[in-house]
Design a protein. Sequence first.
Length: 319
Amino acid sequence: MKRFAVALFIVFVLSASLRAEVIDRVIAVVNGRAITLSELKERKAPLVKQVSEIYSGAEREKRLADMEKKVMDSLVEDLLLETEAEKSGVKASERDIDDAVEDVKKQNSLNDETLKDALKREGLTYEMYRAQIKRQIEKSRMIGQQVRAKVTVTDRDLIEYYERNKRLFLKDEEVNVSHILFLVPEKAPDAEVEKIRKQASDVLDAAKRGKDFPELAQKYSQDASGKQGGSLGFFKKGQLLPSFEGAAFSLKKGEISDVVRTEYGFHIIKVDDVKEAAPEPFESVKEKIRSTVTSEMMEQRYKEWMEELKKSAVIEIRL
């Protein structure tokens, strides 16, 4: 009986050991440094959750496979960055780490105790967290040396981007409108509604015969804008009631609409001016373009640099 119990214990220990090996086995080696299965699982966990909430079936499996490949690539690149930082003598000092920790605490309204509590919930010690920050600082500096410092954006680059992408900088068409409003009370009987419509039609006839529109608005409009001759100012699409907007944007400068019904009553609309859709001037979007172009060039430079590092590295993927 005792021998049976010992045998069971041995089997249990061996199976537990095998499970531990499977859970945390080495799945890649980069220049002699290992990447474990647990690292991959930890890095991809939030992404798996996101993909699983959005997709299902075959599409979910495809997305998960693509995502796992990208996460694996990022783990490999992290090791390559760490190696390059060491070779180049890039180091984060204790003061650098202290400053970074203080920034995190300040941004998240934490003190030493609450930060350590938060780290504990994530399965990290304070020392492990500082080691992570040290690596992040060193990798960031390495990228600064090899990517940011080697990207130069000229005015010619900015102008060429602007010319290629003018559609991205289109200002929406705008109309400057005036109106005369004839209010229709809620639940008004049909006879009253028709009477108000008839009054609006008579005023419309006067406007189309050339009667001064601001004067008509001051005399007949039941909107506060009537005191200013019915002027409402400039509007883009999406800022007006649908039927009002449809009429306003179908008119040319100086034209007057037919009687238009909205939830408020009847309107006579006049377009006083039109600003056609057109690209914003280059100078007004220059800095926005600079930011976009700089990001694109840095991304391209990073990819090229990573390809160079991968070609000269010894990388073994065991997945």
